[in-house]
Design a protein. Structure first.
Length: 256
C-alpha cells in the first residue's frame, strides 16, 4: 500500500549570505499512512521544523521527492494546515474571528463561515469564549483557538510544531488529552514535532527518531498501546519500556 505522505531522499541546505552553508536535511526518508498520528523527535537543530515547512510548501528541498496522496508538493495548499508553538493569533481579532481567518481567506461567505467556526470552537471546548480576545485567554486556551483555526479549513494533514512547548506541565497534559479526543473525532493525518518522549509515545501510532544535523530518519518505533489512551498508562511497564528504547536511540544524537 502506498503511503499517504511519502518523502524520499530529501536534501536541503541553507545558504545564508556571508556565512557557511548549513545542511539541514540529508537523505531524509519518511512514510506516513492516511489518518495516522506520527510524532517526530530529535535533537535541537536536526531539521524537524524544516521538514514540516517543506511539507507545508513554504520551503523547497534541493533534491528528493515529497508526495502527498501521490502528488508532488510544490507549494502551500488548503490540504495542509499548521499549528505553531507561538499560537500565532491576531490580537485584534476575537476568538471566533481568529478561527474564521482561514475560511475568510478562502472566500467562504459570512454565514457558513461563522457556523463552521462555531462548530470547531465547541469541538475544542471554547464555547462561551467566542467574543474574547487573545489577551483575555490562557496559554492553553490560545492553543485551542489555534487548533480550531487549523481544523476549520478542513485540511487533510495537520502539522504541529511543538504546539504545547510554551504551556505549563499541567496544561500540557490536559492539551494532550484534548488533542487525542479531537483527532479521534476528526481523524486527520497528523505529524507532530516534539522534544518530549513521553508526549510522543502517549499521542502517537508511531514515533520517528531523527539524527543530529544533517537530519535523517534513524529509527521508527511502533506504539502498540491500546486506544483510547489514558494518563495512567504512562506508569505501565510497556510505556516505560518504549520510553527507554526511544531514549537509547536518541541519546547518541544529543550527547557530544
Amino acid at each position: 500500500m502506498t503511503a499517504y505522505i511519502q518523502g524520499h531522499n530529501v536534501n536541503l541546505t541553507f545558504r545564508p549570505p556571508n556565512r557557511a552553508p548549513v545542511r539541514a536535511l540529508q537523505g531524509f526518508d519518511i512514510a506516513v499512512n492516511e489518518g495516522e498520528f506520527l510524532s517526530i523527535v530529535g535533537p535541537s537543530g536536526c531539521g524537524k521544523s524544516t521538514f514540516l515547512s517543506i511539507l507545508l510548501g513554504l520551503l523547497k528541498p534541493d533534491s528528493g521527492e515529497i508526495d502527498l496522496h501521490g502528488k508532488s508538493i510544490d507549494g502551500p495548499g488548503t490540504d495542509r494546515a499548521m499549528v505553531f508553538q507561538e499560537f500565532g493569533l491576531l490580537p485584534w481579532r476575537s476568538v471566533v474571528q481568529n478561527v474564521e481567518l482561514g475560511l475568510q481567506l478562502k472566500g467562504v461567505p459570512a454565514t457558513p463561515r461563522r457556523q463552521t467556526a462555531q462548530h470547531f470552537i465547541e469541538m475544542v471546548g471554547l464555547k462561551g469564549f467566542e467574543g474574547h480576545y487573545p489577551h483575555e485567554l490562557s496559554g492553553g486556551m490560545k492553543q485551542r483557538v489555534g487548533l480550531a483555526r487549523a481544523l476549520a479549513t478542513d485540511p487533510d494533514v495537520l502539522l504541529m510544531d511543538e504546539p504545547f512547548a510554551a504551556l505549563d506541565a499541567q496544561t500540557r497534559d490536559l492539551m494532550q488529552v484534548e488533542l487525542l479526543r479531537i483527532w479521534q473525532a476528526a481523524r486527520k493525518t497528523v505529524l507532530f514535532v516534539t522534544h518530549q518522549i513521553d508526549e510522543a509515545i502517549y499521542l502517537s501510532d508511531r514515533v520517528l527518531v531523527m539524527t543530529k544535523r544533517p537530519g535523517r530518519a534513524k529509527k521508527i518505533f511502533q506504539i502498540d498501546l491500546p486506544r483510547p489512551r489514558n494518563y495512567e498508562m504512562r506508569v505501565t511497564p510497556e510505556f516505560n519500556d518504549l520510553k527507554l528504547d526511544i531514549w537509547n536511540a536518541l541519546k547518541d544524537e544529543i550527547m557530544v
